[in-house]
Design a protein around this ligand. Structure first.
Ligand SMILES: C[S@@+](CC[C@H](N)C(=O)[O-])C[C@H]1O[C@@H](n2cnc3c(N)ncnc32)[C@H](O)[C@@H]1O
Length: 204
């Protein structure tokens, strides 16, 4: 089992542990990179960025940005990118690595946090989120809020058979996205169980 797993899920009880702060604090001590997030060669990540290549976005939020390894790929010379993560340690590491991006420690499962933040920055053009919704109990509500404040939405998510995480199936996820957005692309990686959806808001 990878060293970070114990901080994420209790496999026996089949429930979320979600101790992301301790996990990031222990990375250097225990010598691991949670979810191998610094490895941007993973196919689903290449697909995310291939889809985004044809678009430009002035303001972007990356929800659950971790140490910023994908966030910085969204940053251009002339756009604004904000990375959000529940872990202050992850945010500190990301901020140190990528000073031209803003990073904030925020729990997006408390929807009011996300709502007030997007109100403060006056809406965004893209909300990007990679490998995070499994940990967000209120993900359906969050989706609704994202659709009110962002023009585009991209999600990449690993959804195994019988998941412990809060997103229970690809169908559930896509159905919920379609309530709030119009799909631009929906890609399933059938052997590795990754789902990628890129969509445009109905309300923007
Ligand atoms: C699997 S990592 C993904 C990191 C990065 N997005 C990537 O794809 O490499 C999940 C991230 O979500 C963050 N996270 C989990 N629950 C969260 C919450 N309620 N609010 C904000 N971030 C959260 C964790 O701290 C962790 O950094």
């Amino acid at each position: 089992m990878a060293k970070y797993h114990k901080y994420v899920f209790d496999l026996d009880k089949r429930e979320l542990v979600g101790d992301f702060e301790t996990m990031y604090q222990n990375e250097s001590k225990e010598n691991f990179d949670s979810w191998h997030q610094d490895d941007t060669r993973q196919l689903q990540r290449k697909i995310d960025f291939a889809l985004l290549e044809d678009y430009s976005f002035d303001k972007i939020i990356d929800i659950g940005c971790g140490k910023g390894s994908l966030t910085h790929l969204l940053k251009k010379k002339n756009n604004y990118v904000l990375g959000l993560d529940i872990s202050q340690t992850a945010v500190n590491i990301a901020q140190e690595r990528f000073p031209d991006i803003d990073f904030l420690s925020v729990d997006v499962d408390r929807i009011e946090n996300f709502t007030s933040l997007t109100a403060q920055i006056g809406g965004v053009n893209l909300v990007f989120t990679s490998e995070v919704f499994s940990y967000i109990e209120n993900w359906k509500e969050l989706l609704k809020e994202i659709s009110k404040s962002s023009e585009y939405f991209m999600i990449s998510l690993y959804i195994p058979e019988n998941p412990i995480g809060f997103v229970k199936s690809e169908n559930d996820l896509v159905e919920e996205i379609e309530k709030n957005f119009v799909l631009i692309e929906h890609i399933s990686l059938n052997t590795t169980n990754f789902v990628i959806v890129f969509a445009k808001g109905k309300n923007t």
